[in-house]
Design a protein around this ligand. Structure first.
Ligand code: FES
Length: 150
């Protein structure tokens, strides 16, 4: 009985210790090879975040300065583009059946202008990677909201 109680207390003690460990301490508990994989993943994420942070202002401005030579009538079925309609940028998609969807091209995360991905038929944000279906429905964050319909 006493042995069981001791084991139970040690288990509880270990559980409490793990809960109060910092991420660095937790990393130290992971085996060597796994530790390297976790470190590489952390470095990769950090590099991605840093790169996105540095490029964000540039991409934010570029999207606003890009000019399109296309018009709604020049779009082929299944094609999308950022067009200028009545002086405003509009994300326009023409479905295979010829239906026209007009959306705000402003990404709901931090306001960059999305681009149309012809291969996947999606609106992709160049700033932090949010992706929207052709109808503006968000399916990959960081954005959590759909593009506004016009
Ligand atoms: S502005 Fe960040 S994902 Fe679009």
């Amino acid at each position: 009985m006493r042995g069981r109680l001791t084991v139970g207390l040690r288990s509880l003690e270990a559980h409490i210790q793990v809960r109060i460990l910092t991420p660095q301490h937790k990393l130290a508990l992971i085996s060597g090879e796994r530790q390297n994989i976790v470190r590489l993943k952390l470095m990769s994420d950090l590099l991605k975040i840093t790169t996105q942070g540095i490029l964000y202002p540039k991409r934010f401005i570029e999207g606003r300065l890009k000019k399109s030579t296309k018009t709604i009538s020049s779009l082929k079925d299944g094609e999308g583009a950022i067009l200028t309609v009545e002086g405003k940028k509009v994300a326009v998609y023409k479905s295979i059946g010829g239906k026209i969807d007009k959306l705000s091209p402003v990404c709901k995360h931090l306001g960059c202008i999305v681009d149309f991905n012809q291969k996947d038929k999606t609106w992709d944000c160049p700033c932090h990677g949010s992706r929207y279906k052709a109808d503006g429905t968000v399916f990959k964050g960081p954005s959590k909201k759909n593009l506004d319909k016009i």
